[in-house]
Write a protein that binds this ligand. Structure first.
Ligand code: SF4
Length: 558
């Protein structure tokens, strides 16, 4: 989003997210949309991007940048039917760049879509009951939910609440259907009220999700609003509510920082929507609309205090928070491999490096979706779950994946399986350094170091982002890397493996040699000094290599 744009005014003047998009889409003189419409498209799940690898040559040739669009398809809770999967797969070839990208929020992204192909893409996903509305923009985005159906009735109940939460917080505007599906009513079009968001929506993006202990795959403490399911056996009793998490910050601006959410109390399931609406309206009314760098809910909370928030929340919702119930997390990654589901069928969690599905893998998944799976699920760590496979067909699924170089049993190391990178270059306009294109090579070198120190089987989280926005949640990784400039990163260390402690800046603006030298040194100390089953991040904190971080401000203090 260009810094000079008055985003608040554009939102207010947009007639409930219409802007001049319908005109922009018909303009044949450019592959782009009007500048103000680049703000509006985000609310429709669409980012205008240009190929940064081509910027210079096109500028020299006096051509406009190589514009194309990224579309993010919303998948609340990450569950996709085979029919939906096949439609998405077709679109990857027909209108996108041949790949599908699974995001860190259980959504699907298409890259390289031309302006004229946007309506076709959106009409195709609409036909299989999917949309991209509110996948980006200053609203509640894709609602996350623990993804493994093996959790049985508790998972089913949590997923149902995730979907209801998503529906409840989706903007009411008819602009999306008008522009993309039915064609805009040019004159006299009714502008709807947005009862939850109002005319200017939220000051910034807002993220929410539901975790089911002991798995913290959604990184609930990174969400603006989170719910930790509390269950007794197969019965969902309610949720612990978490508020004020968030990853992004700006380099060199100590007033901005990643923040770990606070657990503020327990609610019964039927209070979830009331509480969520109250939190969102508090942020709508009190969030910072002057400075987008400090406009996330975490700063509203940080500036006004937890006591104020709880009092405002209870008064708006008329729900009294009970004391939080006990819970325990064991990790913030995915549970890989085959697991038996409650109904006797099987699910397989498949590692997908940085969420990128190339044509070979897509071909295998297409057959799996068509012939073997009851559904495909997107995990919060950019991986896939193939669910509902009958016992006798497991081998066929394994064979198909192996044929696409996705051998799960003998494939990626424990470190690679716990690695994650954002898209970054060449498509993300905010990227300062590589992430998705570089992390696989760096992980190979980290694996070599781990093997040398005899800890090659140790799961260690490694996450890389191309800029401090932190889309891959790098501040919750045991080893976090955040782009500063081409080939240069901030190295963060010492988060907890279960996502309950942030890491801390260890090396500022360093290149690969320094990163590897530091990791080599610390792997050596870890191998010789760890306690039994102690995690790498915990070891760094216990041995005082890294001072523990509280809720957030200290992350960048080094
Ligand atoms: Fe882009 Fe930064 Fe997000 Fe990476 S972290 S996708 S570079 S905004």
């Amino acid at each position: 989003m260009a810094a000079h744009l008055d985003v608040e005014k554009i939102k207010a003047d947009s007639r409930a997210l219409r802007g001049t998009l319908a005109i922009s889409l018909k303009d044949p003189t450019t592959a782009a949309v009007a500048e103000a419409d680049t703000v509006i498209t985000k609310f429709h799940g669409i980012y205008q991007q240009d190929d940064r690898d081509q910027r210079e040559t096109r500028r020299e040739a006096r051509l406009e940048p190589a514009y194309s669009f990224m579309i993010r398809v919303r998948v609340p809770g990450g569950v996709i039917t085979p029919e939906q999967w096949l439609a998405l797969d077709r679109l990857a070839d027909e209108v996108a760049n041949g790949t599908i990208r699974l995001t860190t929020r259980q959504a699907v992204q298409f890259h390289g879509v031309a302006k004229e192909d946007l309506p076709r893409l959106i009409r195709t996903i609409d036909a299989v009951l999917m949309d991209s509305l509110a996948a980006c923009g200053d609203v509640n985005r894709n609602v996350m939910c623990h993804v493994q159906p093996e959790a049985g009735p508790v998972h089913a109940a949590a997923l149902d609440w995730a979907r209801r939460l998503s529906d409840h917080l989706t903007p009411r505007t008819g602009a999306y259907r008008e522009i993309w599906i039915e064609g805009e009513k040019v004159a006299g079009s009714e502008v709807e009220d947005e009862p939850i968001y109002g005319k200017t929506y939220l000051p910034r993006k807002f993220k929410s999700g539901i975790a089911i202990p002991p798995v913290n795959d959604i990184d609930v403490f990174s969400q603006d609003l989170g719910f930790i399911a509390i269950a007794e056996g197969d019965q969902l009793l309610g949720f612990n509510v978490t508020v004020g998490g968030g990853m992004g910050c700006s380099h060199g601006e100590p007033d901005t920082f990643p923040r770990l959410a606070d657990v503020i109390g327990f609610i019964e399931p039927e209070d979830l929507l009331t509480i969520a609406e109250a939190v969102v309206t508090i942020q709508r009314d009190f969030g910072n609309r002057e400075n987008r760098k400090r406009a996330r809910f975490k700063y509203t909370l940080e500036d006004r205090g937890l006591e104020w928030l709880v009092s405002e929340l209870e008064s708006r919702s008329q729900v009294k928070l009970a004391a939080p119930r006990p819970y325990q997390f064991v990790g913030n990654g995915d549970l890989y491999g085959w697991q038996r589901m409650r109904d006797g069928r099987w699910q397989l969690t498949v590692f997908v490096e940085n969420g990128r599905l190339n044509p070979n893998v897509r071909a295998a998944l297409k057959t799996i979706a068509n012939d073997y799976a009851s559904d495909i699920r997107l995990t919060p760590n950019q991986n896939l779950v193939v669910a509902g496979v009958i016992e006798s067909e497991r081998e066929a699924v394994d064979r198909l994946l192996a044929s696409a170089a996705m051998d799960q049993e003998h494939g990626p190391s424990a470190i690679r399986k716990n690695s994650m990178a954002c898209v970054a270059l060449p498509s993300c306009g905010l990227a300062m350094a590589e992430a998705e294109r570089y992390l696989p090579d760096l992980v190979t070198r980290i694996e070599e170091l781990a093997d040398r120190h005899g800890i090659g089987k140790e799961p260690i989280t490694v996450r890389m982002s191309g800029c401090p926005n932190g889309c891959s949640r790098p501040y919750l990784a045991e080893i976090g890397l955040v782009g500063r400039a081409p080939g240069r990163y901030n190295l963060y260390l010492g988060a907890a493996f279960d996502g309950t402690r942030l890491n801390r800046l260890d090396r500022d603006n360093v290149g690969e040699a320094d990163i590897l030298a530091r990791i080599d040194q610390l792997f050596g100390q870890f191998a010789s000094g760890r306690r039994q089953e102690e995690r790498f991040g915990d070891f760094l904190v216990r041995s005082r290599v890294i001072a523990p971080v509280g809720r957030g401000r200290e992350v960048n203090a080094g």
